[in-house]
Ligand binder design. Structure first.
Ligand code: HEC
Length: 214
């Protein structure tokens, strides 16, 4: 920006700021409609809540990581007959290849096992199965898990690549809708293995997140 443009921009900014300070905008001023009741949408419930959850799960890529992938007619795709059931217990993973050069991680063929500086993580079973899934969880357990990025909200920190910090920006109502939808998918009995700590000493700082798990 040359000097002339800079001065113009500066003047424009000051003029707008001054107008705002005077309340010159055309919109209503704070307090003018204070007597009117605040328009608030009714909380979602029932089928509408489940539908909202389905939308968020699909747009939020949960199937990308929590549904094991298979090779379908059009190439690799989530195997929806095992929808959101996490890393398949029967698909045993050997130790991951050592990190080399700028490559720091590896992904299992099902897209459900992940190796990196944090060790190896396996995507969780999100189906309503009571022993291997989240069937015994309450909506609050689910919200707290995402919000605090910890198992059940207060347990061990969730490992990468679970994007909990991003999903934590959703409202309680959206997270509750995701949970309501997860309640409606078929329960699948699949015990996901526990995460494994990193093997190389060079990556030791990342072990703290594993070491604090309970
Ligand atoms: C990029 C991959 C990825 C995506 C996308 C992803 N997850 Fe995860 N998720 C994981 C991994 C890996 C774990 C296991 C982390 C661990 O063991 O600490 C996990 C763990 C979880 C847990 C914790 C389960 C427990 O027992 O504590 C919940 C809940 C969860 N994910 C829900 C979701 C939902 C809902 C979505 C979509 C909105 C989603 N995840 C999308 C990778 C992913």
């Amino acid at each position: 920006m040359n000097r002339k443009h800079f001065l113009f921009a500066l003047t424009a900014t000051i003029t707008i700021q001054a107008a705002c300070d005077r309340g010159d905008d055309a919109g209503p001023r704070t307090g003018e409609f204070a007597a009117e009741p605040e328009a608030k949408a009714a909380p979602l419930a029932g089928a509408a809540k489940v539908e909202r959850g389905r939308y968020l799960v699909n747009a939020g890529a949960c199937n990308d990581c929590h549904t094991p992938w298979k090779v379908g007619p059009n190439g690799p795709e989530p195997d929806m007959s095992r929808q959101l059931s996490g890393h398949p217990a029967a698909f045993e993973m050997p130790p991951p290849p050592a990190a080399s050069g700028p490559w720091i991680g590896a992904i299992g063929a099902t897209n459900t096992a992940w190796a990196g500086p944090w060790g190896v993580s396996f995507t969780a079973n999100l189906t309503p199965d009571p022993t291997t899934g989240i069937g015994t969880w309450t909506e609050q357990n689910f919200i707290d898990t995402i919000r605090n990025a910890r198992h059940m909200g207060a347990g061990r920190p969730l490992l990468p690549p679970m994007p909990a910090p991003m999903y934590a920006q959703l409202t309680d109502e959206d997270l509750g809708s995701i949970f309501a939808y997860l309640r409606t998918i078929p329960a699948i009995d699949n015990k996901v293995p526990a995460p494994r700590p990193p093997v190389t000493a060079a990556l030791a700082p990342a072990t703290t997140s594993i070491a604090t798990r309970n």
